[in-house]
Design a protein around this ligand. Structure first.
Ligand SMILES: Nc1ncnc2c1ncn2[C@@H]1O[C@H](COP(=O)(O)OP(=O)(O)OP(=O)(O)O)[C@@H](O)[C@H]1O
Length: 229
C-alpha cells in the first residue's frame, strides 16, 4: 500500500515540553486512522505536524509534493459572512475564480445537507451546523487527506452522528482520514486503525479490532480500562 504521509523519528518540542518523541508512522491511502490518548499526549501536535502547521525539531516528514490535504478543528473558524461565502472563500484562496467558487461552494453545501442555509450568517449557525460548513469547505477543496482534530468534541449526539456519517461517506469516496478522538465508541465505528499516544510516544499502533481486543502494551491496556470504566 502506498503511504500518503511518512513520519520518521519525528520529535516536536515547545520550549522544555517534548510534545512528540521519535514518532514513526506511515499513513496509507484510504485509511481511517484514529489518534487516541489522554489530554496532552500529543494528538493535536501530531495532526498539526502532518498538516505542516508545526515544524519537527528532528526527524523527517515526507509526503507527495502535490498532496491535497485539509484540516478541521474542534471549533470551526467561521467568518462573519454568509455560509456560502465561508465555503467559496476557501476555494478562492486556492486560486478558483469567484463565480466558479460560489457554484462549487453550493455543491459542497448540498453535499453536507446545508444548501438551504447558504445565505445565512455562518456565525449564527449551531455548532453542529458550523462543523458541517467546515466539512463542506474541506470537501470543496477535494483533498486526498482530511485531518480532523476532535471534530465532534463539543457537539450533541445528533450533530455528532451527522458529522460521523459525513466522515464515513468521505472515506467511502476515497478520502484518507486521520482524526483524534476521546470517544472510543466513535473510534470503533469509524477507524480502520488506531494509534495510542502517551506523553508524546506512540505506544500502540494496531488495526481497530486488534486495538480493542488486545493484547496491547500495559500502558495502552490501562488507558482503555480507564476510559471504558
Ligand atoms: N503551542 C504550544 N506551546 C506550548 N506547549 C504546547 C503547545 N501545543 C502543545 N503543547 C504541549 O504539548 C503537549 C501535547 O499537547 P497536544 O495538544 O498535542 O495534546 P493532545 O493529545 O492533543 O491533548 P488534548 O486531548 O487535551 O487535546 C502538551 O504538554 C501541551 O501542553
Amino acid at each position: 500500500m502506498s503511504a500518503v504521509f511518512s513520519l520518521d523519528a519525528v520529535s516536536v518540542s515547545f520550549g522544555q515540553v517534548r510534545a512528540l518523541s521519535a514518532c514513526t508512522l506511515h499513513v496509507h491511502a484510504g485509511e481511517r486512522l484514529a489518534l487516541v490518548g489522554s489530554n496532552g499526549s500529543g494528538k493535536s501536535t501530531l495532526l498539526r505536524t502532518l498538516h505542516g502547521l508545526t515544524r519537527p525539531a528532528s526527524g523527517r516528514l515526507a509526503h507527495d509534493a502535490h498532496l491535497r490535504q485539509a484540516m478541521l478543528f474542534q471549533r470551526p473558524y467561521m467568518l462573519r459572512t454568509s455560509v456560502l461565502n465561508n465555503v467559496a472563500l476557501g476555494l478562492c484562496l486556492n486560486g478558483t475564480g469567484w463565480a466558479l467558487a460560489k457554484a462549487q461552494a453550493l455543491q459542497a453545501l448540498e453535499r453536507v445537507g446545508l444548501a438551504d442555509v447558504a445565505g445565512r450568517n455562518a456565525k449564527a449557525l449551531s455548532g453542529g451546523q458550523q462543523q458541517r460548513v467546515a466539512l463542506a469547505r474541506a470537501w470543496a477543496l477535494k483533498p486526498q487527506v482530511l485531518l480532523l482534530d476532535e471534530p465532534t468534541a463539543s457537539l450533541d449526539p445528533t450533530a455528532k452522528r451527522e458529522v460521523e456519517r459525513l466522515m464515513a461517506e468521505f472515506s467511502d469516496a476515497g478520502m484518507t482520514l486521520v482524526f483524534s478522538s476521546h470517544n472510543l465508541g466513535q473510534v470503533k465505528r469509524l477507524a480502520s486503525r488506531v494509534v495510542y499516544l502517551e506523553h508524546g510516544h506512540m505506544v500502540a499502533d494496531r488495526p481497530t479490532h486488534e486495538f480493542f481486543n488486545g493484547p496491547l502494551p500495559m500502558a495502552a491496556t490501562n488507558f482503555l480500562k480507564g476510559e471504558l470504566a
